[in-house]
Write a protein that binds this ligand. Structure first.
Ligand code: UN1
Length: 513
């Protein structure tokens, strides 16, 4: 089958955007005046459109409008706020094919994963709608008679959302669905690599807002570079900055937010490992490992990047994995049989090849993959075969997150050694163990086991459901998004003491007057 042309992909993007109701259709022939952003597709490396960049004045106006909207929205009862998110979820579902098309066109995901990402959006909308009737605080046993001690959760303020190219719509929806039911307007700075998906999401939310008579100004899109992230980080009107991306981005944003005592929620890099114990079901492990390591072409923050295999099973497991890697269909993500789409750009492929060269210098052996693919059909794109590399030690390159499909395989003798290897990297997002030994599984989940925010047994490191809190420790940033009680990050807690007696006993037995 022939590779798609950029013209055909552009048409597909324009049609999907129009169906979503996005007004700024990309037009490569009519570049807007002023600074621009080029929307590209990793499928060919070609241009889908040129969009105007948000100016600093427009950014400031968005923050002012969002602040006004906050003052209206915070007093709307939460279940009514939920009605907006319910409508948004319905519109997302109605446009799931359009959104999935745009995700494939801009992020390069295969169809099933693009649809899965959109499903994550409707899932979080459902979750948030239910949550809109459950934003509850506690009543606490107080120490004074005739007093009631309780806590109330109030809307926090404008939420600044910074998202990455690899989950261009799901991570926005995690933030926007929760923020809106919690009473917070959103100002969104998406990745410069995925502006079209951002336009589509913005259009759908605008429609949901109109359909439910919600106030204007609840959502603003900032298209452009890092200076817009800095605007969100520095402005005291932005109560929460929820930022997903690289550790480098987190290091730029977090200290600025902290300097003004703002709140930040950081979801940064991962360098996720899976332990394969001697008792593991190896067939299941192979499937779990290949999806986690090669799925999304290795471009999830939850991607499996390190395999810690017991030395007794390494010689059985690694050849099976190498075979699986060699047979993975790499290519056009719209083609039904494809399992590995392109990397986001050629810079990502260069980084992959540099990491592979470093691994070889460190004594690593390439067991499969690593080569560029489709170089004749799509010379400006970056298709690669996922790489499996055997390493003797956890060298600097293994401890670094390279956003590409490289799986480094190490061996271990004792579970203590495996746990130490798992934890011995700067990142702490997700981890997994494949074992049929309950004691090993529990030890890996225990306080002295994996130090990651997400730890799984008998499945890979990626593909978390929305119901749980998502995030990790150490350089991953410590934030938690999505399910469980992550909503608390979007609200402020007030502790309330009410004296309904005619006496004034002071706490801690203090006497005065
Ligand atoms: C990300 O890569 O930033 O757990 C998010 C997963 C997805 C979300 C990943 N549900 O892989």
């Amino acid at each position: 089958m022939s590779h798609p042309t950029t013209d055909a992909l552009r048409e597909r993007a324009t049609a999907a955007l129009a169906r979503c109701g996005a007004t700024t259709a990309p037009d490569p022939t009519a570049a807007p005046s002023g600074a621009t952003l080029t929307a590209r597709t990793p499928l060919t490396g070609g241009t889908l459109g040129t969009l105007p960049v948000t100016t600093a004045d427009e950014g400031a106006a968005a923050l002012a409008a969002a602040t006004r909207a906050f003052h209206a929205w915070r007093t709307v009862p939460a279940p009514r706020r939920g009605a907006l998110v319910k409508r948004l979820g319905a519109l997302i579902e109605a446009h799931q094919d359009d959104l999935a098309d745009l995700v494939t066109l801009e992020a390069g995901k295969i169809r099933s994963e693009a649809l899965g990402e959109v499903r994550e959006m409707t899932d979080i909308c459902d979750f948030a709608v239910g949550l809109s009737r459950q934003l509850h605080g506690r009543t606490i046993a107080g120490e004074r008679p005739g007093h009631r001690l309780s806590e109330t959760w109030h809307p926090l303020g404008v939420t600044g959302v910074i998202t990455a190219f690899n989950f261009p719509v799901a991570v926005w929806s995690w933030n926007v669905a929760l923020a809106l039911v919690c009473g917070d307007p959103v100002v969104w700075k998406p990745s410069e690599l995925t502006p079209l998906t951002a336009l589509a999401c913005t259009a759908l939310l605008a429609r949901a807002t109109a359909d439910t008579d919600a106030p204007d100004g609840l959502h603003h899109l900032l298209l452009g570079g890092p200076d817009l992230g800095t605007l969100l980080a520095d402005d005291p009107r932005v109560a929460l900055v929820s930022a997903t991306g690289s550790v480098r981005m987190g290091r730029a944003v977090a200290p600025r937010v902290a300097a003004r005592f703002g709140r930040s929620l950081l979801e940064l890099g991962g360098n996720n490992a899976a332990v394969v114990a001697p008792s593991a079901d190896l067939d299941l492990a192979v499937r779990g490992i290949v999806f986690a390591a090669a799925g999304t072409a290795g471009q999830r923050c939850t991607t499996l990047r390190r395999l810690i295999v017991h030395e007794d099973v390494a010689d059985r497991l690694l050849p099976c994995l190498a075979d699986a890697y060699r047979s993975l269909p790499v290519g056009d993500p719209f083609a039904e049989a494809t399992l590995v789409g392109p990397l986001v750009h050629r810079g990502a492929r260069d980084a992959m090849h540099e990491a592979l060269a470093a691994a070889r210098r460190d004594g690593g052996t390439l067991l499969a993959g690593g080569e560029a693919c489709l170089t004749a059909e799509a010379p400006d794109a970056a298709y690669v075969r996922p790489a499996l590399v055997r390493m003797d030690r956890q060298t600097a390159v293994v401890r670094t997150e390279t956003f590409a499909p490289i799986l480094y395989a190490l061996t271990y003798r004792t579970l203590d050694e495996a746990v130490a290897l798992n934890n011995e990297v700067p990142q702490g997002l997700s981890a997994a163990i494949f074992t049929r030994d309950q004691r090993e599984a529990e030890r890996f989940l225990a306080a002295d086991g994996s130090d990651c925010g997400i730890t799984n047994v008998n499945l890979g490191t990626s593909g978390a459901e929305v119901g749980g809190a998502f995030g990790g420790e150490k350089e991953t940033g410590g934030g938690r998004e999505s399910g469980s009680d992550a909503w608390r990050g979007y609200m402020r807690r007030a502790t309330n003491t009410v004296n309904y007696s005619d006496a004034l006993p002071l706490a801690q037995g203090v006497t005065f007057l």
